[in-house]
Design a protein around this ligand. Sequence first.
Ligand code: CP
Ligand code: NVA
Length: 311
Amino acid sequence: MPKHFQSILDFTPDELKYTLALAGDLKNARRARLTTPHAVTLAGRTVGLLFEKPSLRTRVTFTIGINELGGSVVDIPSDVMHADREPLHDVARNLERWVDAVVIRTFAQARLSIFIESAPALRIVNALSDEEHPCQALADMQTLQERWGSLTGRTLAFVGDGNNVATSLVHAALMLGATVRIATPKAFALPPEVTAAAAKVATGGAELKQYVDPKEAVKGADAVYTDVWTSMGQEVEYAERTKIFSRYQVNEALMARAKPDALFMHCLPAHRGQEVTDEVIESPASVAFDQAENRLHAQKAMLVALFKDRG
Ligand code: CP
Ligand code: NVA
């Protein structure tokens, strides 16, 4: 298993499947209030949470998850990252002396690489960067497996911005054999390196297909996924993006083009009336809160995988 979790691409398809199976086991055990051997995986370990952007789900689920694996959590205030205080590599080298791992939510993903290069004893987890949100994709895959058993041969449509959530979704879904159709305005398509990587990791004939027209992308899909049009850090573009993305709203008319039993997915937070209507997110098709719940189980499984059999 990999030492760090910066990206879904850190996992092989088999490692991803192993982690998801473990996530299912941990969820069942928690529901039955059973203690598992994993309850001591992080015994004697401390994990730092360093978030440079707001968070509800990621922060709370990591805090609970680390505690349930027997570890201690330390919340590191984001002001320690202010560039004029001390260089990022010194922050990393200090933390390396006290904690075993750091869960980081940040801007450029390159900031995670600085941590990894400067502090080789630390394990680093990407809790969302401008480019990727791999913890979200783990929970999304768990949610779909719960509904469908397997993703092989399924079709997911992602509608909106070709952003961090879309990128990790594409990586994970293609690895598990699902085709992803993504509809974005031309200027907001997935970066070319994401499409190239996706083609390399795809299994079972899965493909990434890019569209501009959301109606085309959604036609006959098994699930429809959307995320905010303006991600954290892009707030100055809010007015312009709201105009550009208005035809990408997931509403009942758009959902009607997908399969009759299609699921609706959203990583949350959602902006009702923008990327999704209230009717759709509150409909029986919506699994948004299952996704949120599964953040806890999937991240616990990922931490067990990272720390398994390591001194
Ligand atoms: N989906 C998600 O990452 O939520 P938070 O931003 O609240 O952590
Ligand atoms: N794309 C969103 C996801 C939030 C969980 C953002 O980066 O703000």
